[in-house]
Design a protein around this ligand. Structure first.
Ligand code: NAG
Ligand code: NAG
Ligand code: NAG
Length: 464
């Protein structure tokens, strides 16, 4: 079963105001709130298509959620879209309320990304040897980040600093475990708590993985747990099979109560800590993105298409990256570090079955042809401005090349009638055949400088 569809309810509830404790959760179609004092339900956001991850930011009272159908991360307060482009399958989400960053898991792209809370400065934090990342949680006081990985050969929980350093596996699933699903932090005890959807159990361990406790296993309201959160002395979880929200003592699993029938209140506060990323003498420590590291230190990081300079503080623009396409995605990776996406990844719904990709450095645009939709599309490498430039009458378009000198686009196509090389302006206008009567034209390359210099004809090359 695709883990994505096992999700019925995702729950969020830590780090709430001490005076108005509530739990916010989603049943995929609505975001609801339960007031823990009064036991009242309210619908915060109705009519969602497929929400699965929620997180809450205290100082701005903002709730973020990701929508896996529309591939967007939204803040609740204003309904502005925070991050809209190139989200393949954003799942887990965690907010660093001290430095003001948002972290999330891209389960399709197998990486962990980070951006500022407003969605800017987005970059890849961790990639490579990330197989099926799932849930994410953090403690900004200690600058530590935890995530679960459903890697079939070694399901595990890993930790790294919130700037991506000092990565280590802190827990390996053995025995019955295998689907570490929800993950949360017990700020009071400095422990992590997670549920395992295969063994249907709740576990707790210290930040370094030691002191493992099985809190609860094999309970009727724990037949297919999905999400978990902490509040005071209790652990709350949602169960997909029984469609319940239940709670238990965080150490012993005792006093199991369905939250919908009885609610008890234990105050809890969002822990505060000095912000290592705070401006000093009116100066930000980093030119772009500042991430909390271990031991109250910070590390600077750069958004896509930028690299960190030798001072480790300032980012500079660099457009050297390797662009490649696989069936449903186009990626641009760092040449020195090929696991790291250097641009946002283009994927569904803009991409169906991409066969070839090319780049126009002048306008910072990529062009690709898609054999299933029979279109040629383009977009800026920052992910914006996706548009179709050529559509229809484009069978088997396997060859595509941008002539960056004359600003034209060439592509091959063939079916039983027409077997040819075509040309159009970069925006798709003035579409025309340049060479007809071929057999099965497949690939295509250009040498615009030579071609253009030798025999320009109607502004296009004929030495094809
Ligand atoms: C944090 O600081 C402590 C004490 O100075 C040191 O022992 C520890 O190694 C440091 N941790 C990291 C990850 O640098
Ligand atoms: C994608 O296109 C290739 C031909 O270029 C074809 O062999 C493959 O089956 C297509 N895949 C899908 C899922 O349509
Ligand atoms: C994306 O890039 C294009 C072209 O470089 C630029 O015009 C546009 O403002 C950029 N958009 C964002 C959101 O960065």
């Amino acid at each position: 079963m695709n883990p994505l569809y096992m999700i019925l309810v995702f729950l969020f509830g830590y780090c709430v105001y001490p005076f108005k404790p509530f739990i916010i959760f989603s049943n995929r179609h609505e975001i609801r709130r339960i007031d823990l004092h009064k036991g009242e339900f309210s619908v915060l956001v109705p009519g969602l298509r497929n929400t699965i991850a929620l997180d809450f930011h205290l100082s701005q009272s903002a709730l973020y959620w990701t929508d896996v159908v529309e591939d967007k991360i939204y803040p609740l307060t204003s309904f502005d879209v925070v991050i809209q482009y190139g989200l393949a399958t954003p799942e887990g989400l965690a907010v660093d309320w001290i430095a003001g960053n948002i972290y999330w898991v891209e389960s399709n792209l197998d990486q962990i990304e980070v951006a500022k809370l407003d969605g800017t400065m987005r970059t890849t934090l961790l990639a490579g040897e990330v197989e099926h990342p799932r849930a994410i949680a953090l403690d900004p006081r200690d600058g530590i980040l935890f995530w679960t990985d459903w890697d079939a050969s070694m399901p595990r929980i890993e930790a790294a600093s919130m700037s991506g350093q000092g990565r280590k596996t802190i827990h390996k699933e053995t025995g019955n475990g295998g689907w570490p699903n929800g993950l949360t932090v017990d700020y009071l005890e400095r422990r992590i708590l997670w549920i395992d959807a295969r063994s249907d159990a709740i576990y707790s361990a210290k930040y370094d993985g030691s002191g493992l406790i099985e809190v609860l296993r094999g309970h009727e309201y724990l037949s297919h747990p999905f999400a978990v959160t902490m509040y005071g002395g209790e652990v709350y979880w949602t169960d997909w099979r029984t469609n319940t929200l239940a709670k238990a003592n965080k150490w012993t699993g005792s006093s199991r109560i369905k939250i919908l029938t009885e609610i008890t209140h234990v105050p809890s506060v969002c822990p505060s800590a000095p912000n290592p990323c705070a401006a000093k003498d009116g100066k930000d420590p980093c030119s772009h993105l500042c991430l909390i590291n271990y031991n109250q230190t910070f590390s600077c990081s750069c958004p896509h298409l930028m690299k960190l300079g030798p001072d480790r503080r300032t980012c500079y623009e660099s457009r050297q990256f390797l662009l490649y396409a696989r069936q449903i995605e186009i990626r641009g990776v760092d040449i020195d570090n090929p696991y790291y996406n250097y641009i946002i990844s283009f994927t569904v719904p803009d991409i169906d079955n991409v066969t070839v990709v090319d780049y126009d450095a002048q306008e910072h645009r990529i062009y690709w042809s898609d054999v299933r939709t029979q279109t040629i599309k383009r977009a800026f490498i920052n992910g914006t401005g996706v548009e179709t430039v050529v559509s229809a009458d484009l069978p088997n378009a396997h060859g595509l090349a941008v002539d960056w000198v004359s600003r034209n686009l060439f592509w091959t196509s063939y079916d039983s009638n027409k077997k040819q090389i075509n040309v159009a302006r970069l925006d798709g206008s003035f579409k025309n055949a340049v060479i007809q009567g071929l057999d099965k034209p497949h690939c295509l390359v250009l040498h615009p400088i030579l071609g253009y210099g030798h025999s320009p004809k109607r502004g296009i090359t004929e030495t094809l």
